[in-house]
Write a protein that binds this ligand. Structure first.
Ligand code: G6Q
Length: 540
């Protein structure tokens, strides 16, 4: 039985951090850099072929030391080891949390209730590989004997966002004579547009659902089934045009999918931590099994780094503790993720689920209401697009918004001067946010007095820059695992369970109360006057 933790805010290490915050909160990055010419190197790490620069944060060596001490006091190392060992750390669902097993090398061993799960993981990977190869080589034929050219993943939330993000991120590694589409929304427009212009005889649906009961996914899957039957006119076609990724074999069989074509995963994989499980089947088809395994190797390298690197040189730990520093001491409510890589355009959306569904909690693991801020809001868009819209607020607004800049030395599409210009922009933004532009500088430039307040940039706005050589499947795996473990670390500090999602579960049942009233099939339920009037308006 777990012991309740000491309340975070009454820990010595927390209170010392509070005192330290009061002492350094007004220090400007301009001064911190001026005082230490080596600061850029001192506060950066080069490991796992990533360059992680956190020097433009409002910290000193003392801050880092105190943040690490807080992590130690919260038992981070023990909690981390418990996760890797397969202990049931998801206490509200009484489950192990083992996304790290999804990328454990063959031959290693991780026990859940005495059962080694690593061989199971590799058996499914091999099954996925055999299927992906047949499909990519045109050996899996549709009902009429045509080669499959279109793959449509139907899923939502954790069964959609990872696959979409990974497909977009790794598009340059995909065969361009195949199309990959993703349907998630219950809005009929999503499936209507996804099937638009496609030949059903060349289309395969992957129904991705851990439970195989999710309203959106099952509604879309049934509409897809009708579309196939309308075009191909034969129930037998379902077996050739549908496969499933699920933990629920019974429901899959009832749908008419051949259970030989079900790719399994397990209850110890949370939805938002599942893009490297069989939920990534569309990713494997798109990039090929070898590259998929390279991606897993990238994840695993970051897992090992998180598991073994000292806390003060541990990328996910540093990233997490900086978030704690800003969320809990500076009162920052959000983090912006700004990839300067067009292929990562869905990465912020993916991270929104990973971070906010995980750490958007207001009670501790024991159910006590917290008296401190927990998970910040994540948001972002690729640069340079964001520069022409919301960066204004990051530079000159009243909110403090720590930014994660992500960039690559080499582009995947080298065209003219584009890449140098892109990188010049990311570097200039980090610099401008940190150092700003002072009144004196503006005066020296001869700026008219009345405009000086408007053109002043106070600076001191923090950012991390993560640089890698090139966006590859392996680097993508490292980046995702970096954020996964950062989320975990924050959960440990805040003593919350990042692995349940009762708010999302609520959403799954709420609509069912109203659906019968809209189509007239159910009896009226009592509603507040606002909802009742809206229902009347819709029905009329
Ligand atoms: C993820 C969440 C949620 C879930 C979807 C889809 O962590 O639990 O986003 O992934 O609701 O659930 P199914 O895979 O069961 O359809």
């Amino acid at each position: 039985m777990e012991q309740p933790k000491t309340l975070l805010t009454s820990l010595d290490s927390w209170q010392i951090l509070q005192t330290h915050y009061n002492a350094i909160k007004d220090r400007h990055l301009r001064d911190l850099f001026r005082e230490d010419p080596q600061r850029g190197e001192r506060f950066s790490l080069q490991t796992l072929e990533l360059y992680f620069d956190y020097s433009k944060h409002r910290i000193t060596e003392e801050t880092l030391r105190l943040l690490v001490r807080l992590a130690e006091d919260r038992g981070l190392a023990q909690c981390r080891d418990a996760m890797f060992a397969g202990e049931k750390i998801n206490n509200t669902e009484r489950r192990a949390v083992l996304h790290t097993a999804l990328r454990a090398p063959a031959g290693s061993s991780i026990l859940v209730d005495g059962h080694d799960v690593v061989p199971d993981v590799h058996a499914v990977l091999d099954q996925m590989q055999a299927f992906a190869i047949r499909l990519r080589e045109g050996k899996w034929l549709g009902h009429t004997g045509k080669r499959i050219r279109n793959v449509i993943n139907i899923g939502i939330g954790g069964s959609d966002l990872g696959p979409v993000m990974a497909f977009e991120a790794l598009k340059s590694y995909t065969p361009r004579d195949m199309s990959f589409r993703y349907v998630s929304n219950i809005d009929g427009t999503d499936i209507a547009e996804a099937t638009q212009g496609l030949d059903a005889a060349e289309t395969l649906f992957i129904v991705s659902s851990k439970t195989f009961t999710t309203l959106e996914t099952m509604t879309n899957a049934h509409s897809a089934r009708s579309w196939i039957l309308e075009q191909l006119g034969d129930e037998q076609a379902v077996a050739k045009h549908f496969v499933a990724v699920s933990t629920n074999l019974k429901e899959v069989a009832q749908f008419g999918i051949d259970t030989a074509n079900v790719f399994a995963f397990w209850d110890w994989v949370g939805g938002r931590y599942s893009m490297d499980s069989a939920i990534g089947l569309s990713t494997m088809i798109a990039i090929g099994p070898d590259r998929f395994r390279e991606m897993l190797a990238g994840f695993h390298q970051m897992d090992e780094h998180f598991r073994t690197a000292p806390l003060d040189q541990n990328l996910p730990v540093i990233m997490a503790m900086l978030n704690v520093w800003y969320a809990n001491f500076f009162g920052a409510n959000t983090v912006a993720v700004l990839p300067y890589e067009q292929y990562l355009h869905r990465f912020p959306a993916y991270l929104q689920q990973l971070t906010m569904e995980s750490n958007g909690k207001r009670v501790t693991r024991d159910g006590a209401v917290v008296d401190y801020a927990t998970g910040p809001i994540y948001w972002g868009e690729p640069g340079t697009n964001g520069q022409h819209s919301f960066y204004q607020l990051i530079h000159q607004g009243t909110h403090l918004i720590p930014c994660d800049f992500i960039a690559f030395r080499r582009p995947l599409n080298a065209i003219g001067k584009h890449h140098d210009l892109l990188i010049a922009n990311i570097l200039a933004q980090g610099e401008a946010l940190a150092f700003g532009k002072t009144t004196d500088e503006l005066r020296q430039e001869g700026v008219e007095q009345s405009l000086i307040p408007h053109k002043t940039f106070e600076g001191n706005r923090p950012s991390t820059t993560i640089f890698a050589d090139r966006l590859t499947p392996e680097v993508l795996g490292k980046l995702i695992a970096l954020y996964e473990h950062s989320v975990f670390t924050q959960g440990v500090i805040w003593d919350i369970n990042p692995f349940d999602q009762w708010g999302v579960e609520l959403g799954k049942v709420l609509a069912n109360r109203i659906i019968g009233e809209l189509d007239g099939s159910g009896k009226a339920v009592e509603h507040d006057s606002s909802t009742a009037a809206l229902i009347r308006y819709y029905r009329d």
